[in-house]
Design a protein around this ligand. Structure first.
Ligand code: DP6
Length: 317
């Protein structure tokens, strides 16, 4: 009987954002979101049976990067999710849980999505092994993961995931093999986490109409991606992340992630589009880093922009 299990899961980047919760205990989103799965950015989790009567978190040490550092509250939240899974599967044992990412943890990309998805995968695997119970299917695992961190439920499907308040589903578009670059601007820990941002946006005067705007943009984006209208997709995706950041800037206690460097990159991409009539999609999460998405036939554009960003002193992964 094995006493150690491993699993990993990809990160994802939302083009229509999950921002606001209908039910904070269950992480039911206010509006539907659409994300692209990022198979190259992964979290790894290892679980080992702990004979002591408690669960414990440790960093994984076999990855190439410096071991992950989680603050006490972050460790607590991770362990609580493990406990929720144990309860859900009526399991009483305890584990040492180790986790890490295949990207530098200082990159500011260590969103909870990939790590909660990997923990859910690993815990379900370990517990079904230890109890001989029927394993959960992908959809049940995604739903369980959602309770730990909402956006993690989108990391179970590929290449795109549509997550509505009622459902989580895999989506395909005619444009395939997209690639992604993150422009690293600030790699320090965020002062306001995405979970805190989810709470604070509710106090913005623009929040009331937000679900309507998000749903409208989602319908337009699904349409233009099906039509392979990349330029329209660029406009919609840009409007969408700026809308989310506008909520941050107008909440009762305003907060801001977009900084001078983010603006420099947003402007660089806009100029590129104006001059070339083509370019990458651009989006930002709850942080200052900028995400670029390229079609598979845009390799030369990608290399050109990567060179330009490097020459301006930005790390790109
Ligand atoms: C800005 O999934 O981190 O990345 O459910 O509280 O864990 P919790 O929130 P989280 O929110 C992520 C929000 C976002 C946009 C998105 O990924 O859709």
């Amino acid at each position: 009987m094995s006493t150690k299990w491993q699993a990993d899961a990809p990160s994802n980047i939302a083009l229509i954002k999950y921002m606001g919760k209908k039910d904070a205990a269950l992480n039911i989103p206010t509006n539907a979101s659409l994300s692209l799965t990022l198979p190259h950015l992964r979290s790894f989790v290892e679980l080992e049976v702990n004979e002591e009567p408690y669960d414990l978190w440790q960093p994984l040490t076999y990855l190439d990067y410096a071991p992950l550092k989680l603050s006490e509250p972050q460790q607590q939240r991770f362990i609580e999710h493990l406990q929720l899974i144990k309860e859900h599967l009526s399991f009483n044992g305890n584990f040492i849980v180790r986790s890490g990412n295949n990207f530098p943890s200082a990159a500011g990309l260590a969103s909870s999505a990939s790590s909660f998805a990997a923990l859910t995968q690993c815990a379900c695997l370990a517990i079904s092994d230890l109890t001989d119970k029927e394993p959960l299917n992908i959809y049940q695992k995604a739903q369980l993961s959602q309770r730990g961190s909402g956006s993690s439920c989108r990391s179970f499907m590929y290449p795109w995931t549509l997550w509505t308040p009622e459902n989580i589903q895999e989506v395909h578009f005619p444009i395939t093999d997209l690639s992604h670059l993150s422009v690293l601007i600030d790699t320090s820990e965020k002062k306001i986490s995405s979970t805190q941002a989810q709470q604070m946006v509710k106090t913005s005067p623009h929040f009331k109409e937000r679900p309507k705007r998000a749903e409208q943009r989602l319908a337009q984006l699904l349409h233009v991606l099906n039509d392979q209208n990349w330029q329209e997709a660029y406009q919609i995706v840009k409007e969408e992340f700026l809308d989310m950041h506008q909520l941050f800037h107008t909440s009762k206690k305003p907060f801001q992630y977009i900084n001078e460097q983010s603006v420099e990159i947003i402007d660089l991409i806009e100029t590129y589009w104006t001059e070339s009539k083509d370019g990458p999609l651009i989006t930002m999460d709850a942080g200052p880093n900028v995400h670029l998405i390229f079609r598979s036939d845009q390799n030369s554009i990608k290399h050109k922009l990567q060179k330009e960003l490097n020459s301006r002193g930005y790390d790109v992964i």
